[in-house]
Design a protein around this ligand. Structure first.
Ligand code: HEC
Length: 106
């Protein structure tokens, strides 16, 4: 009778520890989530953009885009953010040509 009463608190302490451990692990493994300037896309067409977004969020993605636009302009192309994005403030939703046109410049 007594034995059984003892076993329950021991078990629940152990599972609390397990939860704390899982929480700590997740906290460490996803620091980018804390950044509210993360990219909105959940799936990417281009690996290069995905990597930049995951590492540095939108700020890094914009930098990369600016570099791509610069390269294209130097090669004589007419290009700006709106050549590929309908919206360049919030969603950055893409035009149909966007992926194909960006590829050569990244
Ligand atoms: C030649 C086409 C092209 C041009 C020009 C371009 N982009 Fe992009 N951009 C893309 C594509 C394609 C993606 C998404 C890539 C993917 O899905 O893998 C993207 C993604 C982004 C993202 C990430 C969106 C998100 O939050 O998920 C940002 C921010 C962005 N572009 C900003 C810019 C800015 C700022 C400019 C102008 C300096 C620009 N882009 C010019 C094609 C372009």
């Amino acid at each position: 009778m007594n034995l059984r009463a003892l076993r329950i608190p021991v078990l629940s302490t152990a599972s609390l520890c397990a939860f704390a451990l899982v929480g700590a692990l997740f906290g460490v493994s996803s620091p980018a989530q804390a950044d509210d300037d993360a990219c909105t896309a959940k799936s990417f067409k281009l690996k290069e953009v995905e990597k930049v977004c995951k590492d540095g969020g939108r700020k890094a993605a914009k930098k990369m885009m600016q570099a791509a636009v610069k390269k294209a302009k130097e090669a004589g192309e007419k290009m700006n953010c709106k050549s590929c994005h309908n919206d360049i403030k919030e969603k950055f939703d893409l035009k149909a040509n966007a992926v194909k046109d960006l590829k050569p410049w990244i």
